[in-house]
Design a protein around this ligand. Structure first.
Ligand SMILES: N[C@@H](CCC(=O)N[C@@H](CS)C(=O)NCC(=O)O)C(=O)O
Length: 217
């Protein structure tokens, strides 16, 4: 069975859980206590030298980087979530990169500087916060445009790109990021959150995160 090392705070970790659930791939989940430094131990650094979650182990094969992991899982079971067709697959890659590099990173900046800094004993970085907000102002309308045209990000079929984006937006409410002004994006998100693959992890990510942050603050 696959072992997944992750943390509930971590969108990339949750992305892997959503995809594994959707694919019906069983996994053993190992919580990595990031605040307690469990990701910096010698044995963990052997799994991922950067000390980050998520990591999976499939037998003697170890893999880190969430997008690489979800591609691996989809290929392992020949899932249409990552189409074999050259162009359809390339479109999924395009939106996965967009969701991770532009959207999830920007959400992460806002989340860090509005919420996470409090329990990480870190300093707020005003430049990073304003960059994050500006990126979101620029890139969320791009997503709204795509989702107003097709049911899912890379076209009419659900794909890995939707999972990348869904996980990347999980911290939106807690970070005070307004998504309701984007109706197609909000509807797409509402429908995916209701699915079993998501509900198996969280009935509401915002509520879970709120409870965790209250405990940590
Ligand atoms: N690009 C990586 C990002 C992974 C990442 O940044 N993980 C964070 C949690 S969201 C982490 O492990 N942070 C702990 C640290 O940097 O020490 C992926 O998609 O897997």
């Amino acid at each position: 069975m696959i072992t997944l090392y992750g943390n509930e705070f971590s969108s990339p970790s949750n992305k892997v859980r959503y995809v594994a659930n959707a694919l019906g791939i069983e996994y053993e989940y190992k919580h990595v206590d990031l605040m307690g430094g469990a990701n910096k131990t010698e044995s963990y650094l052997k799994l991922n030298p950067s000390g980050k979650v998520p990591v999976i182990q499939d037998g003697d094969f170890t893999l880190f980087e969430s997008n690489a992991i979800i591609r691996y899982l989809a290929r392992k079971v020949s899932s249409s979530l990552y189409p074999q067709d050259l162009k359809r697959g390339a479109l999924v890659d395009q939106w996965m990169d967009f969701a991770s590099l532009h959207v999830a990173q920007a959400v992460g900046r806002v989340f860090f500087n509005r919420v996470a800094y409090k329990f990480l004993n870190a300093e707020v970085d005003p430049r990073s916060l304003s960059d994050g907000l500006q990126f979101l102002q620029r890139f969320l309308p791009v997503l709204e445009g795509a989702l107003a045209k097709s049911a899912f990000l890379a076209g009419p079929e659900l794909s890995l790109a939707d999972f990348s984006l869904l996980a990347g937006l999980d911290q939106a409410e807690v970070a005070g990021i307004e998504l309701e002004v984007y109706p197609a994006l909000s509807q797409w998100r509402k429908e995916l959150i209701a699915k079993d693959f998501y509900q198996k992890c969280f009935s509401s990510y915002a509520a879970m995160l709120h409870a965790l942050t209250q405990k940590a603050s």
